[in-house]
Design a protein around this ligand. Structure first.
Ligand SMILES: C[S@@+](CC[C@H](N)C(=O)[O-])C[C@H]1O[C@@H](n2cnc3c(N)ncnc32)[C@H](O)[C@@H]1O
Length: 239
């Protein structure tokens, strides 16, 4: 029996006898921000907390994030993304391709008021969600939501010539380079969050990267004292 069946029949659903249908349907609540968030980002902690609740709540209800991710929302998702801000100089624009629920781009925007962020996502359901979140967080003056595939010419026209492209859990490295380099101005950087596969992907794609005129800066680790494990970023420059 599903909760819906139970409601229709008026019969109490299986599970905790004290749990009402309303409780079962309540949106998951985000865990409180870890102390390090308040220490490191005193001016952005409330904003990050609000974003965390969007991820845990509407994000899980609408299928952008698995419910099992909620307990590890901060370390695995938000702080893993926020750490990337260390690699950004002041006053830049970044384009986050395949942003999904806004990771890493929107998390970075929360802690870096000097940075403009374009969130590129191909699925309408996700861009609708992102537009609501960006508006609710009061970030619409410097965060744009663009629906389309990163490699589409309309997207290149809308967000091209940027200094930074970011991507997390979107595609293998060679494909990311093909999608992101047309968006970068010469000398611009692709920052690809790759975790434990970073070195292997660099090695496996060495020939393709040379052909695509990518200069390999290397694997950068960031988030010391903020997140464990550290965020691992493949840094490539468009020649
Ligand atoms: C696995 S999710 C990762 C989302 C987010 N970056 C994260 O780390 O949670 C990959 C996302 O990339 C989007 N996507 C895949 N290919 C894309 C493309 N070529 N252009 C734009 N978005 C793309 C998908 O729709 C999906 O939302």
């Amino acid at each position: 029996m599903t909760a819906g069946d139970a409601e229709d029949s008026g019969i109490a659903p299986p599970g905790d006898p004290g749990t009402s249908i309303a409780d079962l349907r309540a949106e998951p609540v985000a865990p409180a921000p870890p102390a390090v968030v308040v220490d490191r980002f005193p001016n952005a902690a409330a904003l990050l907390g609000r974003y965390a609740q969007w991820l845990a709540g509407a994000g899980t209800v609408r299928g952008l994030l698995g419910p099992r991710e909620v307990p590890r929302l901060w370390e695995r998702h938000i702080l893993n993304s926020v750490a990337l801000a260390e690699l950004l100089p002041p006053d830049v624009r970044l384009v986050d391709i395949g942003t999904g629920a806004g990771l890493p781009g929107l998390a970075v925007a929360c802690v870096r008021p000097d940075v403009q962020v374009d969130l590129v996502e191909s699925l309408l359901r996700r861009t609708d969600y992102l537009a609501e979140v960006v508006s609710d967080l009061g970030l619409a003056d410097r965060v744009r939501v663009i629906r389309g595939r990163a490699e589409d010419s309309a997207v290149v026209d809308a967000v091209g010539s940027t200094a930074f492209v970011t991507a997390r859990a979107v595609a293998p490295l060679d494909r990311l380079v093909r999608w992101s380099f047309p968006l970068l101005r010469p000398g611009g950087s692709l920052l690809a969050l790759k975790g434990s596969t970073a070195e292997r992907e660099l090695t496996e794609n060495r020939t393709a990267l040379r052909r695509l005129r990518a200069e390999v800066v290397g694997v950068e680790e960031c988030g010391e004292g903020l997140v464990d494990p550290l965020t691992r970023v493949v840094h490539l420059i468009r020649r």
